[in-house]
Design a protein around this ligand. Structure first.
Ligand code: ADP
Ligand code: ZN
Length: 767
C-alpha cells in the first residue's frame, strides 16, 4: 500500500474523530428495553465514547431512578425526546459484539406479539440470567487456563547446546513442548509430563516461550466417553434422506415408535447440517438430558457441543452461551430454554419428544419451545425436525394439513416387536392377599416375581408422589387441605409431614381430627412412597429405587439412579412420569402401570391425551432387548379410548377417537381452535371475582365491537384449583378458529393488565 493510499484510508477516520472532538456535536439517542413488565422503551443519551458498541441488540447499563439496570438497545438514532425531558446517558456497554443478534431480537418481538408478554420480559428470556446482573455487567469471569507456547525455534543442535548449556531441565521441557506441537496447558505439562514449573518459567525468561490465558469452558459433561454411533438402518437412512430432500422451510415430523432409533436420525441430519458449515440446536425434555444422551451427541460432534442443563452454575451457563455466541461451539443441546441458544448460522432445530408439556414455560414469557423453534427457524432459514412416538394432536393436525411432512419409523431397531400390553381391570381383578388399599393385582404380582426370578428388571409407574394422596377423618369425612391452596395435603412419610404439592406448605401429620377430634385418621390414595414400602415388603430381596421429585431434588440425583439401573444394580425402578420417558434399558422385561387413572379425570381437555402419552411411553420402556417384554396396565377404565389406544401403541387410533371429542357438537378445543386463558388472582375472594367479571365483560365487548364475534368467551369461573398460595383464582378462556382475533385480545390484555392478570396463550394446563 502506498503512502497516499494509506493516507486516503485514514482520512475518514480522522475526519470522524475530528467531528467527535467537536463540542457542538448533535447528541444521539438510543431506545433501551428494560427487563421489566412495562410495554415501552426508554430513551437514553449515547455518550460518544460508547457509540461504537451501542447498536441494536447490545446490552447496556443504564440508570433507572436511583439504581442501575442492564437493558438491551432496541434502536439507535431514536427521535430526540422533547426538550423538557431530561435524558440520562448510558453508563456502560459491556459487550464488543451485541448480545442479541438481529434474528433473535426479532424472535423476542414475535414472543412479545404472539404471547402478549412485554418485550422486556421476552428479551430477558433470550439471555442467561447472569448477563442481566448489574453487579457484574460483563457476566461471570470466564474460567481461563494458562497455556505455555514456544515462541522461538532452535533448529540446530548447536543452538540448542548453547541455549541450555547449564539448564538441562529446561531443555527437557523445551523438547517435550516441541514434541507435543509447541503449546500445551501448564496443568498438563506439570501434572502429566512431570515438568517443573521452574523450568517452564525459565523458558519464558529466556524468551523462548510465552504464557497466555485462554478461556476454558466449564463443562460438567467433559469427561464423558463418547461411543461412535452405529450405522443407520435402511429405515433410518430413508428418513434422513427424506428430511434432507424436504425444503428447509417445511418442518418435518418423525413419528417413530418407542425404540425405533429416532435419536440417530436426528444426529445424522444434524451431521449434514454441521458439515455444511451451519450450527444446530437439539431440544430434549429436561428429564431426558441424561449423560447417555449427551454421550451420544458427543459421539458425533465431540467438542462442538455445548450442553445447557438446568444443573449448570451461572458461570457454566454463561461460558456455554459465550462459546456458542463466538461460534466456537456449533451444536447446543438442552431443554426448553436452549431454543434461544446463540448458535451461529443456525441450520436446524430438533425438538425431541415434541408432545412434552415441559416445553411450555410456566412464567412470563409463557412460551412453548416448539412454537418458538418454528418461528426462530423461519426467521433464520433453518429447518425444524419434530420427533415423538406419541405426537401432540396439534402436530398431527399440521401433518394432516400438509404443513408438516411426516416420516414414520414404524418398527423397532432389530425388528424387535413392541411389547404386548395386558389391561387389568382393577374393579374385578383379583388382588394379592393383604394388599388392603394398594391396587396390586395377582397378575401384576406374578409378572414382577417372574422377572425377578429370571434376573430381569422391572419398571413400575405411579404418577403420584408422596405416601398417600390425602388424609381423611373416618368419622366426619374431613380432609386436611392446604391453608393457602384449595388442594388436599399429601401425606409424606420420609420425612413425615403433610405437604402441599402446589406451594410447598408443610405441617406435622396430626394425631387427631381437627374438626371432630377422632383419633385415628385414614390415609387414602396411593403415592410412590407407599408403593415403595409395599413393594419392599412384597419382594424383600429385590433392590428397589424410587424416582420422583422428592428423591431427585439434588443436582445429579436422577442420573445416579439411572446409572445404577444401567449397571443392573437395581431390580425394580418405580416412580412418577419421570421414569416413563426416553429410558433405554434392554434388561427391562416387565413394565407395570400401577394406576393408569391418576390423571384421566382431571378437569382439563388434555387429560385423555396425557394419559395416552404417558401409558404409551412407559409401555415403550419394555422389551428393548432380546428377551422381549410385557406391559401390565391397571385401570378402572379399561374401555377408555386413551387406555385402549395405548394398549396397542396406536397414535392414529387415539387421534381418531379424540379429535371428534374436541369438535362440535362437543365444545371445540385445540387443535380445532386456538385457545388463550386469562387468570386473575387475589388474596380477597370478592375482589378477584369482580376482576374476573370485568375481564370477561371487556372480552365480550371487544369481541362484539371489534372482532365481529370471532371469539367465544368462556367464563368467568373459578379455576379448578380455586386457591393457590393464599390467592383466590378465577379464569376466563377465549377460543377462536382465527388466530388473529386471539392475538389481538392477548396483546391488549398483556399490555394493559401489568401482571395483575396472567395471560397464557396456548395453555398446556387449565387447572
Ligand atoms: P427412540 O428414541 O426412537 O425410542 P432410540 O434412539 O433411543 O429410540 O434407540 C433405541 C435403541 O436402539 C438405542 O439403544 C440405540 O442405541 C439403538 N439404535 C438406534 N439406531 C441403531 C442402529 N442403526 N443400529 C443399532 N442400534 C441402534
Ligand atoms: Zn399450598
Amino acid at each position: 500500500m502506498s503512502a497516499s493510499e494509506l493516507a486516503a484510508r485514514q482520512l475518514p477516520l480522522k475526519a470522524a474523530s475530528a467531528v467527535g472532538a467537536e463540542p457542538r456535536l448533535q447528541p444521539r439517542y438510543a431506545e433501551v428495553i428494560l427487563p421489566i413488565p412495562v410495554p415501552r422503551a426508554y430513551t437514553y443519551l449515547i455518550p460518544p465514547e460508547l457509540a461504537p458498541r451501542v447498536v441494536a441488540g447490545a446490552r447496556v447499563v443504564v440508570p433507572v431512578l436511583r439504581s442501575r439496570v442492564v437493558g438491551v438497545v432496541a434502536e439507535v438514532d431514536a427521535t430526540p425526546p422533547a426538550p423538557t425531558v431530561t435524558v440520562k446517558p448510558i453508563l456502560a456497554a459491556p459487550d464488543a459484539e451485541p448480545a442479541i443478534t438481529p434474528p433473535l431480537f426479532a424472535l423476542g418481538v414475535w414472543i412479545n406479539r404472539y404471547y402478549g408478554t412485554p418485550l422486556g420480559l421476552a428479551l430477558r428470556a433470550l439471555l442467561p440470567g447472569a448477563l442481566w446482573s448489574v453487579q457484574r455487567p460483563a457476566g461471570p469471569a470466564e474460567q481461563v487456563e494458562r497455556v505455555l507456547a514456544l515462541t522461538a525455534a532452535l533448529p540446530s543442535l548447536l543452538e540448542r547446546e548453547r541455549a541450555f548449556k547449564r539448564a538441562p531441565k529446561r531443555r527437557v521441557a523445551y523438547e517435550a513442548l516441541e514434541a507435543i506441537g509447541g503449546s500445551a496447558p501448564v496443568r498438563h505439562l506439570v501434572a502429566q509430563l512431570g515438568l517443573s514449573p521452574a523450568a517452564l518459567n525459565g523458558l519464558v525468561t529466556q524468551g523462548l516461550a510465552r504464557y497466555t490465558d485462554v478461556p476454558r469452558a466449564r463443562d460438567p459433561f467433559a469427561g464423558l466417553s463418547s461411543p461412535p454411533p452405529p450405522n443407520l438402518t435402511a429405515d433410518q437412512r430413508h428418513v434422513v434422506a427424506g428430511i434432507l430432500a424436504t425444503p428447509a422451510e417445511t418442518p418435518a415430523l418423525i413419528q417413530g415408535v418407542t425404540g425405533s432409533g429416532k435419536t440417530l436420525v436426528y444426529l445424522d441430519v444434524l451431521r449434514s447440517v454441521v458439515a455444511s458449515g451451519h450450527g444446530a440446536i437439539l431440544l430434549v425434555p429436561e428429564i431426558a438430558l441424561t449423560p447417555q444422551t449427551v454421550a451420544r451427541v458427543r459421539g458425533v460432534f465431540g467438542d462442538q457441543v455445548a450442553v445447557l442443563h438446568s444443573g449448570l452454575s451461572d458461570g457454566e451457563r454463561a461460558d456455554a452461551w459465550r462459546a456458542l455466541r463466538r461460534g466456537e461451539r456449533r451444536v447446543a443441546v438442552g431443554p426448553r430454554s436452549a431454543v434461544f441458544a446463540p448458535v451461529q448460522r443456525l441450520g436446524a432445530i430438533v425438538v425431541d419428544e415434541e408432545h412434552e408439556s415441559s416445553y411450555k414455560q410456566g412464567t412470563a414469557p409463557r412460551y412453548h419451545a416448539r412454537a418458538v423453534a418454528l418461528e426462530r427457524a423461519r426467521l433464520e432459514g433453518a429447518r425444524v425436525i419434530l420427533g415423538s412416538a406419541t405426537p401432540s394432536l396439534e402436530t398431527l393436525q399440521l401433518a394432516a394439513a400438509g404443513k408438516v411432512v411426516r416420516f414414520e419409523l414404524p418398527d423397532r431397531i432389530g425388528a424387535r416387536p413392541l411389547p404386548p400390553v395386558e389391561v387389568i381391570d382393577l374393579r374385578t381383578a383379583e388382588r394379592v392377599p393383604g394388599a388392603r388399599g394398594v391396587p396390586w393385582t395377582v397378575a401384576l404380582d406374578d409378572a414382577v416375581r417372574g422377572a425377578l426370578v429370571r434376573g430381569e428388571q422391572v419398571i413400575l409407574l405411579l404418577n403420584r408422589r408422596g405416601f398417600a394422596t390425602y388424609l381423611q377423618c373416618p368419622a366426619c369425612g374431613d380432609v386436611r387441605t392446604c391453608p393457602r391452596c384449595a388442594i388436599a395435603l399429601t401425606v409424606h412419610q420420609t420425612p413425615a409431614a403433610l405437604r402441599c404439592h402446589y406451594c410447598g406448605h408443610e405441617e406435622p401429620v396430626p394425631t387427631a381430627c381437627r374438626v371432630c377430634g377422632k383419633e385415628t385418621q385414614r390415609m387414602r390414595g396411593l403415592g410412590t412412597q407407599q408403593l415403595e414400602h409395599f413393594v419392599g415388603l412384597r419382594f424383600p430381596d429385590a433392590r428397589i429405587a424410587r424416582m420422583d421429585l422428592d428423591t431427585t431434588s439434588t443436582k445429579w440425583a436422577h442420573h445416579r439412579v439411572l446409572e445404577r439401573m444401567a449397571q443392573g444394580k437395581i431390580d425394580i425402578l418405580l416412580g412418577t412420569q419421570m421414569i416413563a420417558k426416553g429410558l433405554d434399558f434392554p434388561n427391562v422385561t416387565v413394565v407395570g402401570v400401577v394406576d393408569a387413572d391418576t390423571g384421566l379425570h382431571l378437569p382439563d381437555f388434555r387429560a385423555a391425551e396425557r394419559t395416552f402419552q404417558l401409558v404409551a411411553q412407559v409401555a415403550g420402556r419394555a422389551g428393548r432387548g432380546p428377551k422381549g417384554g410385557r406391559v401390565y396396565v391397571q385401570t378402572r377404565a379399561p374401555d377408555h379410548h386413551a387406555i385402549r389406544a395405548a394398549a396397542v401403541h396406536s397414535v392414529s387410533q387415539f387421534a381418531a377417537a379424540e379429535l371428534p371429542l374436541r369438535a362440535a357438537p362437543n365444545p371445540a378445543y385445540p387443535p380445532h381452535v386456538g385457545l388463550a386463558r386469562f387468570v386473575a388472582s387475589h388474596e380477597d375472594a370478592g375482589r378477584v371475582q369482580r376482576a374476573a367479571e370485568r375481564l370477561a365483560a371487556w372480552l365480550v365487548r371487544a369481541n362484539g365491537e371489534r372482532l365481529s364475534g370471532a371469539l367465544s368467551v368462556l367464563g368467568p369461573a373459578p379455576c379448578p384449583i380455586e386457591r393457590l398460595k393464599g390467592r383466590w383464582r378465577w379464569h376466563v378462556l377465549v377460543k377462536a378458529a382465527e388466530p388473529r382475533a386471539i392475538g389481538r385480545v392477548v396483546r391488549a390484555l398483556g399490555a394493559r393488565a401489568r401482571g395483575a392478570v396472567i395471560v397464557d396463550r396456548d395453555p398446556v394446563s387449565l387447572l
